[in-house]
Design a binder for this molecule. Structure first.
Ligand code: FAD
Length: 415
């Protein structure tokens, strides 16, 4: 049996590995002409992701990430307001991508293959690519992300919903951070919570995924409310072109970068503002999305193509891995009845995906509310308990585990 996996990022790679491990022939088709490059940003991990990577033959060990020991909240003068222990492993997107790609037979990862359409008949499914080629398989997995071509064909009315805020992201090599400052920050999972905003920063593996002293990197994620007009403005490049689906980082106008750096100096703890000032930041508008259906005959959606949760729980990749594991196991356990296997996959992953979206929506509700007039905001949207925000964030790893357990998916990560 053969599977065509559309999208060669983390979700597609994990799906290909797990399908192959159950005896399928899985080939990944990625639209980019070159291997994907990370923008050096960090990636939160959860135990379920690590367990599923092990199932895929990827031994994720301590060298794949950095574990800060203390979570702190810094005020705008840089003073520690709150401190508590933490034990999360922060890795890098490219650390996982490299490991997954290297473990896949070369001929099963095809670059420059942009899917434009899917056709299916009683005997299987055909993927049609922009270069005019066609591929035939028994199953097609749409792991093509938030702007999924596969989803757009089967669910044209389903669009990502803008959350009302963006994530400014920045990263910098350890060597470019003054040593004293690095020493102060490296052990910390640091929050700054200016009114209406949320910033989290921590050390991550550096270039070439290095976790050695002197070769790590520092990562900043800064959520800021931005109304639709302001979003349209910052998504417009210097030539006046508007990039509705997100502006490529090199096209962000210098005045937009200058403003965010000035704002950092004004509202963020000076330690982090000093690091931020040395970076070239970029931003991603935050969206979420719920699909009302994820199986269409022999076509399935997985990862961000199926559901997009806001990134607060740092569980997007964990969710993509759970989708992949559930898909592979459902097909295996259904014996020869592929349709029954796919039905089971949909039955398990729909409520799970929805629950993950809802949890992250609740987490981001305070940020979303900032673009509403004050009179229209609830008490929780007006006042935020900083201690509760930090505690909730730190507990989130457990919460993801609870959602996984509540939806009967624990065995996927343990098998
Ligand atoms: C600010 C922010 C922070 C985040 N932090 C974390 C975190 O800490 N931890 C975490 O786990 N997750 C995090 N995420 C989420 C995470 O990035 C994704 O959820 C995860 O990578 C799953 O992605 P995916 O493989 O399903 O889709 P994607 O990574 O979006 O990949 C889709 C792939 O499909 C390809 N593609 C698209 N269209 C086509 C086509 N027509 N034909 C062929 N190929 C196509 C694309 O080029 C891309 O390679 C964060 C997201 C954001 C925005």
């Amino acid at each position: 049996m053969s599977a065509l996996v559309i999208g060669g990022s983390l979700g597609g790679l994990i799906a290909a590995h797990l399908l192959r491990s159950t005896g399928w022939d899985a080939i990944v088709f990625e639209r980019n002409d070159e291997e994907l490059a990370s923008r050096g940003v960090g990636l939160g991990t959860h135990p379920q992701l690590i367990a599923i990577l092990k199932r895929a033959g990827i031994d994720f060990d301590e060298t794949m990430g950095i574990k800060p020991t203390r979570a702190v909240c810094l005020d705008s003068s840089g003073k520690i307001l709150i401190e508590q222990p933490t034990a999360r492993t922060l890795s890098g997107w490219s650390r996982l991508y490299r490991a997954l790609l290297d473990a896949l037979p070369v001929q099963t990862y095809r670059l420059g293959k942009k899917l434009v359409r899917v056709e299916q008949d009683g005997a299987g499914v055909t993927a049609i690519f922009a270069d005019g080629t066609r591929e035939r398989g028994d199953l097609l997995v749409g792991a093509d992300g938030v702007r999924s071509t596969v989803r757009a064909q089967f669910l044209p009315e389903v669009e990502p919903a803008y959350a009302g805020y963006v994530a400014w992201r920045a990263s910098i090599d350890e060597a470019d951070v003054p040593p004293d400052l690095w020493r102060d920050m490296v052990e910390l999972y640091a929050f700054c919570l200016p009114e209406g905003e949320q910033l989290i920063s921590y050390a991550v593996p550096g270039r070439d995924n290095d976790t050695a002293v002197g070769r790590r990197a520092y990562n900043i994620v800064w959520y800021r409310p931005v109304d639709r007009d302001a979003l349209a403005d910052i998504c417009t490049d210097g030539a006046g072109r508007h990039h509705a689906a997100g502006i490529p980082p090199p096209l962000i106008r210098p005045d937009v970068i200058a403003k965010i750096k000035a704002d950092a100096k004004a509202v963020i703890a000076p330690q982090i503002a000093e690091i931020f000032a040395r970076t070239t930041p970029f931003f991603q508008p935050i969206y979420d999305l719920i699909s009302p259906q994820i199986v269409f005959g022999r076509v399935v959606l997985a990862g961000d193509a199926a559901f997009v949760a806001r990134p607060h729980a740092g569980a997007g990749t964990t969710k993509a891995a759970l989708d992949a594991a559930c898909l592979a196991d459902s097909i295996r356990d259904a014996g020869g009845d592929l349709d029954a296997g796919l039905k089971h996959y949909e039955h398990m992953q729909m409520p799970f995906g929805r629950a993950l979206v809802e949890v992250n929506r609740a987490e981001g509700a305070y940020l979303s509310a900032q673009t509403k007039p004050k009179a229209d905001r609830s008490a929780a949207e007006l006042h935020r308990d900083i201690g509760a925000v930090v505690r909730a964030h730190i507990d989130r790893s457990e919460q993801v585990g609870d959602i996984v357990a509540a939806h009967g998916l624990t065995a996927l990560a343990g098998a």
